[in-house]
Ligand binder design. Structure first.
Ligand code: ADP
Ligand code: ADP
Ligand code: MG
Length: 457
């Protein structure tokens, strides 16, 4: 069974499609890109060995269309499908369909995706594995009276979360009992519309926290931690800047987080790359599991830069049934890496998307600079997908050098013709808060509403 993959269908777009194509090329794997009509002129289409149009620009008709993607995989006789992130990457039904058709799904088993994709179920599994979870409801909250009982235990403010939520969506803070009934009803119907699942649960709303996650990799036998990523710099529960190592952890909490992540993976029989997400309470310095992403993450390059390990290649290797061939001692964290997610959005206009044509693109360069992007001069950003146009990842021997390098690289970057968040990243990076390393998930919102408002008319 252990036979290297010979061909892979990439069921994604943008920078992650390019990232997977590049790994395939280096491994001598034939890459077949499944693309939508909206992406016909994109760089991944030009660089893949083969490309097949699977439908109209709207993601539901193409990138989210299981049958179109699987049909392309069968027609091009590929060994496996790489789903990237978003789209079908955490769709258990799709993974099961692939399994049934004899096409490899590059990720964990369908059943593991299903169990971990339900955040309520994932928290139960975490508790079973002895991993601390945020205080809150045991299971889903079906009606108001249950919510009242749970609220009595966890107190206010509390957070109602959709079991199937993701991408920072499907969450609502409830400040006081007066709005609980209304908030519960609203978030349930929102969740039904957005995720096709009205299930919600309640957590204590923690106000002085960092987001810290552990990158794991497993071949089904060996489970390794590749250290943490600190994704505390967020806007509306979405990550803006990620770094590794975390400036907040000491050796003991770092080890505790890694052990917890590995225990959870063992509990579910996890295979492939994955991320176990925690919130870390700055006050009592304890951590709580929040969710697991059973796929490659946007910010995976941060880990690659400090470990020297190519995570996509490991995913492809494991999917071919080839053991990791690494031990925990082989994982050595060296230096510091920072990633900025660059979006086609206008920070001066409440971050509204700004699609359009890029009249000039110049990537930054030099020692320790990596730019993962599919954009090029003349490229038109389609309005159908999310607004991330690339990621700038910089490595330095320490955090200070990584920040200085990122700042310098942001200066070099030219994306003309559209508005991007690149200059905003430089503002964030240069704040006293960010450079001190001492901040929490409210930092960007505070910067926007106090500091920036005062500076920019
Ligand atoms: P990461 O944890 O990799 O940083 P994000 O939460 O930013 O991931 O999500 C990665 C991509 O997947 C984004 O494009 C996001 O919009 C999308 N995404 C993640 N989960 C969902 C979901 N449940 N529904 C819709 N889109 C999602
Ligand atoms: P998603 O699936 O959208 O990524 P997560 O459960 O990972 O959702 O939460 C996203 C972010 O929301 C976290 O990184 C954190 O900043 C915030 N968050 C999640 N749970 C809590 C909580 N109980 N209290 C305060 N903030 C939270
Ligand atoms: Mg998350």
């Amino acid at each position: 069974m252990a036979e290297p993959l010979r061909s892979v269908l990439i069921a994604n777009r943008g920078e992650i499609a390019l990232r997977v194509i590049r790994a395939c090329k280096e491994l001598g794997i034939r890459s077949v890109l499944a693309y939508s009509e909206g992406d016909a002129n994109s760089l991944p289409v030009k660089l893949a060995d083969q490309a097949v149009c699977i439908g109209p620009a709207q993601a539901n008709a193409s990138y989210r269309n299981s049958h179109a993607v699987l049909g392309a995989a069968l027609a091009y006789k590929v060994d496996a499908i790489h789903p990237g992130y978003g789209f079908l990457s955490e769709n258990a039904d799709f993974a099961a369909l692939c399994e049934a058709e004899g096409v490899g799904f590059i990720g964990p088993a369908a059943e593991v995706i299903r169990r971990m994709g339900d955040k309520i179920e994932a928290k139960k599994i975490a508790r079973r594995a002895g991993v601390p979870t945020v205080p809150g409801s045991e299971g889903s909250i079906a009606e108001y009276r249950e919510a009242v009982t749970v609220a009595g235990d966890v107190g206010y403010p509390l957070l109602i979360k959709a079991a199937s939520g993701g991408g920072g969506r499907g969450m609502r803070v409830v400040e006081a009992a007066a709005t609980l009934e209304k908030d519960l009803a609203e978030i349930m119907s929102e969740a039904e519309v957005a995720f096709g699942d009205p299930s919600v649960y309640i957590e204590r709303y923690l106000t002085d926290i960092r987001h810290i996650e552990i990158q794991v990799i497993s071949d089904g036998t060996t489970v390794l931690s590749l250290g943490e990523r600190d994704c505390t710099a967020q806007r509306r529960n979405q990550k803006l800047v990620e770094e590794s190592p975390s400036p907040a952890l000491d050796a003991e909490s770092r080890q505790g987080l890694a052990d917890a992540a590995i225990a959870l993976c063992r509990e579910v029989g996890y295979r492939n790359a994955g991320t176990v997400e925690f919130v870390f309470d700055n006050v009592d310095r304890t951590y709580y599991f929040i969710e697991m992403n059973t796929r490659i993450q946007v910010e995976h390059p941060v880990t690659e830069m400090v470990t020297g390990i190519d995570l996509i290649k490991l995913q492809l290797q494991i999917a071919g049934g080839i053991p990791l061939g690494l031990t925990q001692d082989d994982i050595v964290i060296y230096g510091h890496a920072i990633e900025c997610r660059i979006n086609a959005e206008d920070p001066d206009n409440n971050f509204t998307p700004s699609p359009g044509t890029i009249t000039n693109f110049r990537a930054p360069g030099g020692f320790g600079v990596r730019m993962d992007t599919h954009i090029e001069t003349g490229y038109s950003i389609p309005p159908y997908y999310d607004s991330m146009i690339g990621k700038l990842i910089c490595w330095g021997k320490d955090r200070e050098e990584a920040i200085a390098r990122t700042s310098r690289a942001l200066d070099e970057l030219v994306v003309a013709g559209i508005i991007t968040t690149a200059p905003f990243h430089k503002e964030i990076l240069e704040t006293e808060k960010f450079t001190s390393g001492d901040f929490n998930t409210a930092f960007v919102a505070e910067f926007l509403s106090f500091v920036r408002k005062a500076l920019i008319p």
